[in-house]
Ligand binder design. Structure first.
Ligand code: PLP
Length: 362
């Protein structure tokens, strides 16, 4: 099959076609290098340049100042569930966590191995259909940091703005909405994101860490778990995902060429808006999982009148070239993940499909 279908997968997820084409064109031999990106040393001049460009472009896109370091590590976002507390929970050994889904819970599980976890707020009793309000928070002003998950990939909820945490360092798992809109990085102490949702391929985790936090990384930590050592070695203590960083660089250039994060956010609002409108105007046939004021622009979750209809919808959608719409088992129903690279036309076509399906089966 040469034609591409619509890929609504939550992750690994769709990448920009221009990026795939450029990678394909140069996969056999990088221009002027004569070797594939898959074959070159992570200590070569060629890779140095790719790595430096990725840093530069991501700094430009996100407005990352010189107060912050950038890392590209292995182990996925999941390893950060451990690295964050191991490095920055000491010496107080207590941290605040806001629980808004399965990924937040997994972060809490690892943090508890290091010290005391205070749950600031949780919406678990409502099956994580909303982001908690500031007035619900029970913050500890003496905590080592506050951790939150900016976009809840499984439930389709997203913070509309950062929690206010005063002087306590703010740590964010931004795996599924990083680069989808501008953020003020200066509000954060640490941001981490597995690349495979909205940045690039799997196998590389992007981390932005404020320099002063590095003082907390104890020498007694295992080398590969120590942020300070990774920073001192510019993410090259061991072999990083060379291909992953190469693709991140191409994606960053694609974003810059297409107007940066403000332009992305505008398109993401249009794309998400189309599908949410269809849900809201379906007379209850399609029901969104997330509360309206907590809706994610990246992962749109919804249910239908019965599980039979959901199965039928997924089967017919798959046959019609809409792949990956089955919801996560914790929510059921459907989930349309429409990351930066997902085309607007795909959202229009999904809406048309949803309307036709309802007309036939409503
Ligand atoms: C996918 C996801 C993770 C897990 O990422 P891995 O790279 O597979 O470890 C963590 N947090 C969020 C918000 C995610 O969407």
């Amino acid at each position: 099959m040469k034609e591409r279908i619509y890929n609504f997968s939550a992750g690994p997820a769709i990448l920009p076609e221009d990026v795939l084409k450029e990678a394909q064109e140069n996969l056999f031999s990088l221009p002027g290098v004569g070797m594939s990106i898959l074959e070159i040393s992570h200590r070569s001049k060629t890779f140095d340049k790719i790595h430096a460009e990725a840093n530069q472009d991501l700094r430009t896109l996100l407005g990352i100042s010189a107060d912050y370091e950038i890392l590209y590590l292995g182990g996925g976002a999941s390893l950060q569930f451990s690295m964050v507390p191991l490095n920055i929970m000491p010496p107080k050994n207590k941290a605040d966590y806001i629980v808004t889904g399965v990924w937040s819970k997994k972060a809490v599980k690892e943090a508890k191995r290091v010290g005391t976890v205070n749950i600031v707020a949780s919406t678990e009793s409502e099956n994580f259909k909303r982001i908690p309000k500031q007035s619900e928070f029970k913050l500890d002003p003496d905590a080592s940091y506050v951790h939150f998950t900016s976009n809840n990939t499984i439930y389709g909820t997203e913070w509309q703005s950062e929690p206010e945490v005063g002087k306590v360092p703010l740590v964010c798992d931004a795996s599924s909405d990083i680069l989808s809109r501008k953020i003020d990085v200066n509000k954060y102490a640490l941001i981490y994101a597995g690349a495979q949702k909205n940045m690039g391929p799997s196998g590389v985790t992007f981390i932005v860490i404020r320099k002063d936090l590095l003082e907390r990384s104890a020498d007694s930590l295992h080398t590969m778990l120590n942020y300070k050592i990774h920073v001192e070695n510019n993410s090259l203590y061991n072999t990083p995902s060379v291909f992953g960083i190469y693709i991140l660089n191409l994606v960053a250039k694609w974003l810059l060429k297409n107007g940066g994060l403000d332009a992305m956010y505008k398109t993401n609002k249009e794309k998400g808006g189309m599908i949410y409108n269809c849900i809201d105007n379906s007379g209850g046939y399609y029901k969104g999982h997330a509360d309206k004021d907590s809706r994610s622009l990246m992962n749109i979750t919804f249910r239908m009148p019965s599980e039979e209809l959901e199965k039928k919808f997924i089967a017919e959608a798959t046959a019609a070239g809409f792949d990956g719409l089955k919801g996560h088992r914790s929510v059921g129903g459907l989930r349309a993940s429409v990351y930066n690279a997902f085309p607007k036309k795909g959202c229009e076509d999904l809406v048309a499909f949803m309307k036709t399906f309802q007309a036939k089966n409503g």
